[in-house]
Design a protein around this ligand. Structure first.
Ligand code: PMP
Length: 349
């Protein structure tokens, strides 16, 4: 599998990747990130993540003894984009900062970082030599509206500073396979290999072999498209457009995602019975936050279930998610059509 990955990524990062020392496999991206943190983070090291943040990051940072520092991605309603304040990002970095975790395309916002943004981040990273960048690029092939996924590791000077994590789950619609990988300079890959000796040891070989065969043929024409990757992003772009329309019909205010397969929508035009907020949540605490209440209301009364995005915020900032809900469009077309019918009912309430 490492040979196929080295072959696939070498042209994408403009260098010849050594399959044995610059690529390693993991049990999905989830275990890949876990191994990076276990291999590189010591008690008290700080790790910067962008909020809203995929919820495994803070949990795994804590498990490694690290301290999570958050910088907010802020939604700019006028420009209709999620923005990162570079000054705030730089301010969050100090001598204890060991790592910066970035995710593009981003879960849950759907933001795809532009080359300019990534170059600004690179300039910050160049000023802080102790920082390693972990790029979570699991949605790398799912980018829409002719936008481009830019690999941070391909930027000038960033190969030696970056670990890139990805997996087969999103691109090949097989999240249960749990086949993931990490590529980067051998100096950065080595601690992960050492950590993995004591975690999963190896990824099951039948799935490695199967995935290796898949990635080898995915560059070939597929279903009338130049390759499998253009086919799958086209499929998801149509699904995104369909769900965007359905959410609008439901009197929700969706934010267009540029990549990935989630849509964040503003739910503030809706009111619902207080019971949905007053029922205790999974920890037994009551009342739950408004976004939880809305997710329950929509599930029980309309039959469509979003994720409450407060799960992607820390305790101090959870309130930013009060009026948000995250919807997924990685569903079959009949399923999305049924969601349309149900959301239309919501719109008429
Ligand atoms: N990173 C992000 C941003 C994700 O959204 C997910 C899955 N939800 C993962 C990593 C996990 O990937 P895998 O299934 O390969 O472990």
């Amino acid at each position: 599998m490492v040979n196929s990955l080295a072959k696939h990524y070498s042209p994408l990062v403009n260098r010849t990747i050594d399959p044995l020392t610059e690529v390693t496999t993991s049990v999905g991206a989830t275990e890949g990130i876990f191994a990076i943190l276990q291999g590189m983070i010591n008690e008290g090291d700080e790790v910067v993540v962008l909020e809203p943040a995929f919820d495994i990051y803070p949990a795994q940072i804590q498990m490694a003894g690290g301290i999570c520092k958050y910088v907010a991605l802020e939604y700019n309603d006028k420009e209709k984009i999620w923005k990162l304040d570079m000054a705030k990002l730089e301010k969050s970095i100090n001598k204890k900062t060991k790592m910066l975790i970035l995710n593009t395309p981003h879960n849950p916002t759907g933001k795809v970082f532009t080359r300019n943004e990534l170059e600004d981040i690179r300039n910050i990273v160049l000023r802080h030599q102790q920082v390693t960048v972990v790029m979570d690029e699991v949605y790398e092939k799912l980018v829409y509206d002719n936008k481009k996924h830019v690999r941070f590791a391909s930027l000038d000077g960033m190969w030696d500073r970056t670990l890139t994590v990805s997996s087969c789950g999103k691109t090949f619609s097989c999240t249960g396979w749990k086949v993931g990988w990490i590529y980067g300079s051998s100096k950065l890959i080595q601690p992960i290999m050492l950590a993995n000796q004591w975690i999963q040891f190896c990824v099951s070989s039948p799935t490695q072999k199967a995935f290796s065969d898949i990635i080898t043929i995915s560059d070939q024409p597929y279903e009338g498209f130049h390759d499998y990757y253009s086919y799958i992003s086209n499929v998801y772009e149509k699904k995104r457009n369909h769900l965007m329309e359905s959410l609008k019909k439901g009197n929700l205010d969706p934010i267009v995602p540029e990549g990935g397969f989630f849509i964040m929508a503003n739910t503030s035009k809706h009111t619902f019975d207080a019971q949905y907020i007053n029922e205790p949540g999974p920890t037994g605490a009551s009342p739950v936050s408004r976004d939880w209440g809305f997710a329950r209301y929509l599930t029980k009364e309309i039959g469509v279930t979003p994720i409450p995005p407060s799960a992607f915020y820390c305790d101090e900032t959870k309130h930013f998610a009060s009026n948000l809900a995250r919807f997924a469009f990685c569903k079959t077309d009949p399923y999305l059509q049924e969601a349309r019918v149900r959301l239309e009912k919501l719109g008429k309430k």
